[in-house]
Design a protein around this ligand. Structure first.
Ligand code: C2E
Ligand code: MG
Ligand code: MG
Ligand code: MG
Length: 291
């Protein structure tokens, strides 16, 4: 039954095409000023090594607190922004914030990476690697501590343009990861021809692992496939301790998910980190352990 809300005629009803279009149009036209006025922020979700539980890095995930629509998930506005030239500004913003974090962790003796999600348009931009190199120099961050996550659809929509960009990033020493692996057209042949270091198992398989034997089989197969290609295997969507244990027994390298932490604002992430930092051997050698 439709929810009641006196003053808002839209809520509780399926929005019309016109309303969807209008909202999308508003999001796109407002995005740049949202970046400039602090409505857009970056949240950080830790990734831990298995089985050691040491935090190896974070994924940087964009958030938009819209004055009218409230908090928006990236799934709502990133596709709209991606359809415009504004995605360059989005990627730069997230990368800059992420590199700033990596720099401040290095200054505390913590060696942790930041992963930034790329969109198709970044991969079609021949200047993108220069932009990245300049930012790495500016923050004095080793390229290995910056990871880019790309989806296969992002690469495969225009491989002729994407591959040279990926090769240059890889040659610079930046870490490259295939995101949401197992969905779409992932195949062994495809993975072999990409200059990537890491594969992220899509969360749908990891979430299903406890109840669905075929999901379990897919996860196991991706771990083995990834290792046979010399890749680091990351599982996303780790919500249960039983999933973490199964991933350990399969030899999966890295875990990310609500079990470890939800994505957190910069402030809350830093507090989370401080609470888990263990000073191992003096100030320059700290490690962060979780769970
Ligand atoms: P993704 O790159 O696959 O990111 C992982 C998503 O899974 C995040 O959703 C994260 O909050 C969610 N997640 C993490 N752990 C768990 C878990 O244990 N259980 C469940 N159910 N979900 C979990 P989020 O932040 O809503 O981002 C959605 C997608 O939006 C991302 O998927 C990514 O494709 C895109 N995105 C996010 N930030 C950016 C960005 O800065 N640039 C671009 N181009 N895309 C972005
Ligand atoms: Mg990602
Ligand atoms: Mg993913
Ligand atoms: Mg995704």
């Amino acid at each position: 039954q439709a929810a009641h809300s006196g003053s808002d005629p839209v809520r509780g009803y399926a929005p019309s095409m016109g309303q969807i279009f209008l909202r999308r149009f508003q999001l796109v036209t407002q995005f740049r000023s949202a970046l400039e006025t602090g409505q857009v922020t970056v949240h950080y979700q830790p990734k831990i090594a298995l089985p050691s539980r040491q935090v190896v890095g974070v994924e940087a995930l964009v958030r938009w607190r819209h004055p009218e629509f409230g908090p928006l998930d990236p799934d709502e506005f990133v596709p709209a922004v991606e359809a415009t030239g504004l995605v360059d500004a989005l990627t730069s913003f997230v990368m800059e914030q992420g590199l700033q974090r990596v720099r401040s962790w290095l200054d505390r003796g913590l060696r942790m990476s930041t992963a930034v999600n790329l969109s198709v348009r970044n991969l079609a931009d021949a200047n993108f690697p220069d932009l990245v190199a300049e930012a790495l120099r500016r923050y004095d961050v080793p390229p290995q501590l910056l990871t880019f996550e790309l989806t296969e659809s992002g690469v495969m929509s225009d491989p002729e343009r994407a591959l040279p960009v990926l090769r240059r990033l890889h040659a610079m020493g930046v870490t490259l990861a295939v995101d949401d692996f197992g969905t779409g057209y992932s195949s062994l042949a495809y993975l072999r021809q990409l200059p990537v270091d890491e594969v992220k198992i899509d969360k749908s398989f990891v979430l299903g692992m406890g109840t669905d034997l075929s999901d379990m089989a897919v996860v196991r197969a991706i771990v083995e496939l990834g290792h046979s290609l010399g890749l680091t295997v990351v599982a996303e969507g780790v919500e249960e301790d039983s999933a973490r244990e199964q991933l350990v027994s399969m030899g999966c390298d890295v875990a990310q998910g609500y079990l470890i932490s939800r994505p957190l604002s910069e402030e809350r992430f830093e507090a989370w980190l401080r609470a888990r930092t263990i000073r191992a051997r003096g100030l320059r050698d700290e490690t962060v352990l979780t769970l």
